[in-house]
Design a protein around this ligand. Structure first.
Ligand code: ATP
Length: 329
């Protein structure tokens, strides 16, 4: 559905994109993640045919968007950042206007608008002026205008920014529903949005693509932590230092720190590991040392940590976001 090759874009001296390439097959819901100024909106604007690249190509269904933007725009529904709408228009009139501009034949307009209105849950506000609507409803109007011509591809630039938590949940589930029929590429600062909505995540930093994977696989191979609770198999009193040094010798363990136990006669530790899964050697070491494992809980490196690592330690909102305390290596 999308094929982007070697895309670069300069705004004067600012190089917004430095050679971005990726493909998106039909039917995928892709999250585009990156700190402020990474190049997300620029990529989306190029794809939507509103900005021309300095070099490289963006194709939608084989159509080069810079060569034939009229044809490519028919295939695309675009919700720009900040969702610009005609405030003084009634929702009904606005959608009618968009349908006309989109070139939907007069005989089909009512049916296409009805479909978009039902899909986006707008029936109750059709007679209201847009400026009277809540942010959540305005976003629904933005989505309705994006789907009114039944495009194959939806490009949504930060569709949940500025919404309250209830509205976020509503818009996310609407996007998920739309994603069942359409290819969707959405940009966001919200990491959990990617995890809950997208089957694939692209991370962009400083105009370059730095990751491309399923959200749940991104942290894989980077290690994480295993929290364990241990007890003696014989009832003997456990010596914390001795158990700790035994754990430090388990193959693949890169660090050990104390954690909560489960009461008398138990000890808890948090083990850090790298690429290797340590659970088998951990089990063997426990058995060989007369210990039983009451609890073993593994946690991969989170998407947030992976994001920080790939974007040079910046939070998803950019370099000015307060940073989480760095964990000891
Ligand atoms: N019209 C423009 N003129 C000059 N510079 C621009 C223009 N649009 C974007 N830029 C610059 O290009 C770079 C990439 O901007 P872009 O808006 O694509 O990033 P983004 O990842 O969408 O950021 P954000 O999350 O803040 O929306 C930034 O340095 C930005 O300042």
């Amino acid at each position: 559905m999308i094929r982007i090759e070697g895309l670069t874009k300069s705004y004067g001296a600012t190089q917004a994109l430095r050679g971005v390439s990726f493909e998106v097959p039909r039917g995928q819901v892709v999250g585009f993640l990156g700190p402020n100024g990474a190049g997300k909106s620029t990529t989306m604007k190029i794809l939507a045919g509103f900005v021309t690249p300095t070099s490289g190509t963006a194709r939608v269904n084989g159509i080069d968007v810079s060569v034939d933007s009229v044809a490519s725009r028919r295939l695309i529904g675009y919700l720009p950042e900040n969702n610009p709408l005609y405030e003084e228009m009634m929702v009904r009139d606005f959608l009618d206007f968009v349908a006309e501009v989109r070139g939907i034949p007069k005989g089909q307009r009512a049916e296409r608008i009805r479909h978009a209105v039902d899909r986006c849950g707008l029936r109750s506000v059709l007679g209201k002026d847009i400026h009277q609507l809540s942010k959540g409803y305005r976003q629904r109007v933005g989505l309705a205008q994006a789907i009114v011509h039944d495009p194959d591809l939806l490009i949504l630039d930060e569709p949940t920014t500025g919404l309250d938590p209830n509205q976020i949940v509503e818009i996310r589930s609407l996007i998920k529903e739309l994603g069942k029929e359409k290819t969707v590429i959405l940009s966001t600062h919200i990491l959990s949005e990617v995890q809950s909505t997208c089957s694939r995540v692209l991370i962009i930093n400083d105009g370059r693509l730095v990751a491309d994977d399923a959200p749940e696989r991104l942290g894989e191979g980077e290690g994480g932590t295993v929290t364990v609770v241990l007890a003696s198999r014989t009832g003997a009193l456990l010596q914390s230092d001795a158990v700790r040094s035994m754990l430090e010798r388990v193959a693949g363990v890169t660090g050990v720190e104390p954690a909560e136990g489960e009461g008398l006669g138990t000890l808890g530790f948090r083990l850090r590991y790298g690429a290797e899964d340590i659970r088998r050697s951990l089990f063997e070491a426990a058995v060989n040392n007369g210990l039983c494992l009451l609890e073993v809980k593994r946690q991969h490196v989170s998407l947030e940590e992976t994001f920080r690592k790939l974007t040079g330690g910046q939070g998803p909102h950019g370099p000015h976001e307060p940073r989480a305390p760095q964990r000891a290596a």
